[in-house]
Design a protein around this ligand. Structure first.
Ligand SMILES: [Zn+2]
Length: 210
């Protein structure tokens, strides 16, 4: 099963991707994590991507498409995958269609800007493995520590309020049109994101397993 997670930054895409990943036994391909990894390793592309992310801007298509293409060719994607953070623009969606990647569902998580800004302050991520957490909705077993690898949980720079506002602006202009794009293809599944993670998951599973 190949799935795309769609929604504004902070709508809960990453969290739901992690839950669905476990439910279906398929990997989440998060471009955010891949880019951060490239950044951590100090690759040329990682450094390029960083200059854009620091300003709340999108990483250019040719950089992102290159990473995704390589990642989807790996063995663990044969059973299926969940794309989180890609595609972000119509040209990226068109590039994905050209790769002849067969997508079954595009899950569109609908959450208002106001609620997103409120939620962002609680977001944390494992600096080691990238697993997402939330101080209210998705707590780790032990404060500040990753359940999976024991890594330290940190607040990403792109979760800070100024960056969030800049990213929401870009989202409405460049990513929101993807909902119409995939609706035309008959793949769009609209789900209203709830404050409770499990409630949102139930809504998604009901919609795609029906
Ligand atoms: Zn971890």
């Amino acid at each position: 099963m190949n799935i795309i997670m769609l929604g504004a930054p902070g709508a809960g895409k990453g969290t739901q991707a992690a839950v669905l990943s476990e439910h279906f036994g398929i990997p989440t391909i998060s471009t955010g994590n891949m880019i951060r990894e490239a950044l951590k390793n100090g690759t040329e592309m990682g450094l390029k991507a960083k200059s854009y992310m620091d300003e709340g801007k999108l990483v250019p298509d040719e950089v992102v498409i290159g990473i995704v293409k390589e990642r989807l060719a790996e063995d663990d994607c044969k059973k299926g995958f969940i794309l989180d953070g890609f595609p972000r623009t119509i040209p990226q969606a068109e590039a994905l269609d050209k790769m002849e990647v067969d997508i079954q569902y595009v899950i569109n998580l609908d959450v208002s800007d106001e609620r997103i800004i409120k939620r962002m302050s609680g977001r944390r991520v494992c600096e080691n493995c990238g697993r997402p957490y939330h101080l209210v909705n998705l707590k780790p077993k032990k404060d500040g520590v990753c359940d999976d690898c024991g890594g330290t949980l940190v607040q990403r720079k792109d979760d800070h309020p100024d960056t969030v506002l800049a990213r929401l602006d870009v989202y409405h202009k460049e990513t929101e049109p993807l909902a119409a794009y995939y609706k035309k293809q008959g793949k769009l599944v609209d789900v209203v994101g709830q404050d409770d993670v499990d409630e949102t998951t139930d809504l998604i599973l009901k919609a795609i397993e029906a």
